[in-house]
Design a protein around this ligand. Structure first.
Ligand code: UDP
Ligand code: MG
Length: 338
């Protein structure tokens, strides 16, 4: 059905074939010295089987281990590798954006370096792109090697986001996906500092398609996400894409005020009917503390949004580049812009 609709709207659009087509693979790297070589071996095995020409943009997100040395080694052996070194650690979301800004492909794949996203899926992503889709995302059917608690919190988060934000963020989807040129260009226009990429990917719209796959456990090293970091991430997602928490404060306030009013009525009636034995101190204290608590909470919620506005208004660049090394085999048809 959807297929037919897309056809009718004429959105299939020509996709460059063979050597005219360039696929970029963007890989954010932060302290991944242990897996990088294995990762690149697996990735290039897949890329070699493709019809398109390819480039791999490794974004060194301020790694403090030997990742940059490993990357230099790889680049000496493989002319398709570009290395974008950021001036410090900016976090994965910004690293991905930096990579997208420097990717020149007609289609761009974003993939983690830790081999949790299987590179073998790339040909299938590319097929869907050829079929006319703009965003082809890999959707996990399993999360091997992750604790039950992590799975449960992740599931809860995606469902909550779907309910309270106006963009439909697909469930169980990471950043592993393929973007068409126009999707990349659209994303490049969204320069907010607080980047909740999963939300931004969904915000741009266009034709999107899910490809189910089994997520593997991390091969080496460990996840950089502590529970605190995940909490921050969830907060980021919610505050970037929903104002429901602000409304919640209003409703909660209204509800408490209403409760207080009814309780007041009850006290008046009670005094009239049974008189007023000197009581009321405990209920007074409870009411005061309760209201104080609610007010502080509402202030906190407002503060979250205010803090983000403060960050945005400074208008700083998203990232700074220490060095950009383009692929050494430069294609004359696609000049590298710096
Ligand atoms: N990463 C990054 N900057 C950071 C943290 C992570 O570029 O500050 C990269 C990391 O090297 C990996 C990807 O982002 O390629 C995913 O990181 P991780 O495996 O820690 O996250 P998870 O898979 O647990 O979501
Ligand atoms: Mg990982």
């Amino acid at each position: 059905m959807k297929e037919a609709r897309r056809e009718a709207r004429g959105q299939r659009g020509p996709r460059p074939e063979g050597l005219a087509c360039l696929l970029s693979v963007v890989v954010p790297v932060y302290n991944e010295e242990a897996v990088l070589a294995t990762f690149h071996r697996r990735l290039s095995a897949v890329l070699q089987g493709l019809e398109c020409r390819t480039e791999v943009v490794y974004v060194d997100d301020g790694s403090s281990d030997y990742s940059s040395v490993v990357l230099q080694d790889l680049r000496e052996q493989d002319p398709n590798i570009a290395i974008l070194e950021l001036s410090r650690n900016f976090g994965k979301e910004v690293a991905m954006t930096a990579g997208l800004d420097h990717a020149r492909g007609d289609a761009v794949v974003i993939i983690d370096a830790d081999l949790q996203d299987p590179p073998e899926l790339i040909p299938r992503l590319l097929d869907e792109w050829r079929a006319g889709y703009d965003v082809v995302y890999a959707q996990r059917t399993s999360r091997a090697g992750e604790s039950a608690a992590k799975k449960a919190t992740a599931a809860l988060f995606y469902r909550l986001m779907r309910r309270i934000s106006h963009v439909a963020i697909p469930v169980d989807t990471g950043d592993f996906r393929l973007l068409s040129r126009r999707a990349v260009d659209a994303l490049a226009g969204l320069r907010e500092r607080h980047r909740f990429m999963k939300g931004l990917f969904a915000w741009i719209g266009y034709e999107q398609k899910a490809i189910p796959y089994q997520r593997e456990a991390r091969q080496e090293g460990e996840s950089k996400w502590s529970y605190l970091a995940l909490w921050d991430f969830a907060l980021e997602g919610i505050t970037s894409f929903s104002t429901v928490p602000l409304k919640l404060a209003t409703y909660l306030g209204t509800l408490t005020a209403l409760g207080a009013f009814l309780y007041g009525l009850f006290i008046i009636v009670q005094t009239l009917v049974v008189g007023n034995p000197v009581a009321g101190y405990p209920s007074l204290l409870v009411a005061v503390l309760f209201l104080g608590g609610i007010q502080l909470m509402a202030l906190g919620v407002i503060g979250e949004y205010l803090g983000r506005m403060f960050e945005e208004t400074k208008g700083r660049p998203l990232y700074l580049i220490r060095e950009y090394q383009p692929p050494s085999r430069i294609d004359p048809r696609r000049p590298v812009e710096d």
